[in-house]
Design a protein around this ligand. Sequence first.
Ligand code: FMN
Length: 414
Amino acid sequence: MQTSTDRTVYRRRFLKLLAGSPLLALSGPAWLEDRLEAAETPSEVPRSPLITAPAEAMNVFDFEAAAREKLPAAHFGYLTTGVDDDATLRANREGFSKFQIRPRRLVDVATVDTSVELFGATWKSPIVLAPAASQKAFHLDGEIAAARAAGAKGHLMILSTGATASVEDVRAAHGGPIWFQLYPTDTWRIAQALVKRAEAAGCPVLVLTVDLPAGRNTETERRFARTDTRQCSSCHALGLPGYVRRKPMFDGLDVTGVGLFSPRLTWDAVRRLKDTTRMKLVLKGIETREDAELCLRHGVDGIIVSNHGGRAEESGRSTIECLPEVVDAVRSRIPVLVDSGFRRGTDVFKALALGAKAICIGRPYLWGLAAFGQPGVERVLELLNREFELMMKHAGVTSLSKLDRSFVVDGRRT
Ligand SMILES: Cc1cc2nc3c(=O)[nH]c(=O)nc-3n(C[C@H](O)[C@H](O)[C@H](O)COP(=O)(O)O)c2cc1C
């Protein structure tokens, strides 16, 4: 790769060469140097000031800076962290550049339909709010604000077990059916109670997260926390009892001796959950064809390809690169969703072309929430939808059913 120092050296050499040319006798090196500078130096993009209102944002990244400005360091650390060296977090973004888009021309794209059907419900957009715990750490209205935004814009939302608002209140704020994400804990009695409550609240789908069997190493989070001078324990006690005290889903449950994660979670739990609930069962955190095949064998109704936004294991592999093998194993028998690193409409386009039915976002809507509450989340959704719709038009795709692998090149193979 050529660096800017390399370019400067070559430019000087080239100018020296020209300085000896009779041509320069006519014009002069100052003129030439100016022209070369202009041609070779990419024009500096003006740095945008911090946005002060959702409407000022040009893309979802604008909300990250605004969120960082507003949040206490420890809370921003929790939001932003990956694990170990944050390599998987970066890989999730870099993965998208390995796939390129093949646009088709001369198609009437005056209207495009981005709606998607998932388990009998139709949503305006294939962009879903991923489950994220503790949203009141980002904004006082937490999950309620996110749900109102999702409901207003016609998006599905998945509520976390670790939510700081109850499933009943979030469902009411959303106005439509929401899915419930389950951390089953290490105690079946608790898992059962959580499942029954979500079912009674009208959730049609249970999302079992399977990628955190034994905690994780969130170094970045801890480094941010060290710079925070406030005393965490003055707002919330630590450990599971302190954690669940702020999590309404655990209200009334005795969590003495219970662990939030279970290293003993196996495929047996999947069978047990299937026998416990009428809700559809989706597994979140699948990354391989082998596990996709096991999902089918165990009667799982859907898959979310996910590495928890680079917050589970440091696999170093992006989910967009995991997606094709899972889609191939599933062969359209159940819906496959994907998350981790989605920030642009083109990312959404690539995933859907590779066979995902929908995609989920985590941090982008949480940045919007932290920065501006409900209007921030709404603007994040608006921006992503607009970019995605624009990409569909550029590529000549008028509905999601017409989007297939012919629209992407797997750059890893060429
Ligand atoms: C602050 C935060 C909290 C999260 N909490 C949960 C959770 O409670 N349950 C879960 O299954 N995933 C959780 N996730 C992971 C998301 O559901 C999703 O997989 C991830 O955020 C997608 O990556 P992205 O943030 O790059 O979009 C969380 C993610 C973040 C950023």
